[in-house]
Design a protein around this ligand. Sequence first.
Ligand code: FES
Ligand code: FES
Length: 161
Amino acid sequence: MSITVNGVTHAAHVPAERLLVEWLRDDLGLTGTHVGCTTSQCGACHVEVDGEVVKACTILVAQCQGAAITTIEGLGTPEALHPMQEAFRTAHGLQCGFCTPGMVMAGIAIARAHGGDVSEEVIRHELEGNLCRCTGYQNIVAAIRLGARAMAEAGLLKETA
Ligand code: FES
Ligand code: FES
């Protein structure tokens, strides 16, 4: 199979039951995608597959033939963070950081779906599939609001066109 991850195309030779999150972490070394449960509850494994944010513990590599995948490593660089990553830093949207990659990916999806002026209420509803064990939701919500505005200002949201 041929799968593109963060702009690099890989040949994947994996068993039929191999989970996407296992392949990303164990075979490609992209350990920014975390595993908090493997039961589709925590959202720590969120990645983008062909523009849709999905839980990588619930999808098989075999389902990704020809797909373009973006992980947290593909969003920005330490020198030039993605606006949503920058917002999490600015708004102190993390404590231990374990849930953060999934929260950032979810935040980007929320911004794309609801625009730069997305409300706190909508963000809280949309984050139902993301768990934070540090109970830091207040700042996470604030970070996503900030990140959504920044994405709009950077022209990264269709709604702002
Ligand atoms: Fe995928 Fe928790 S590891 S939802
Ligand atoms: Fe620790 Fe969310 S910041 S689990």
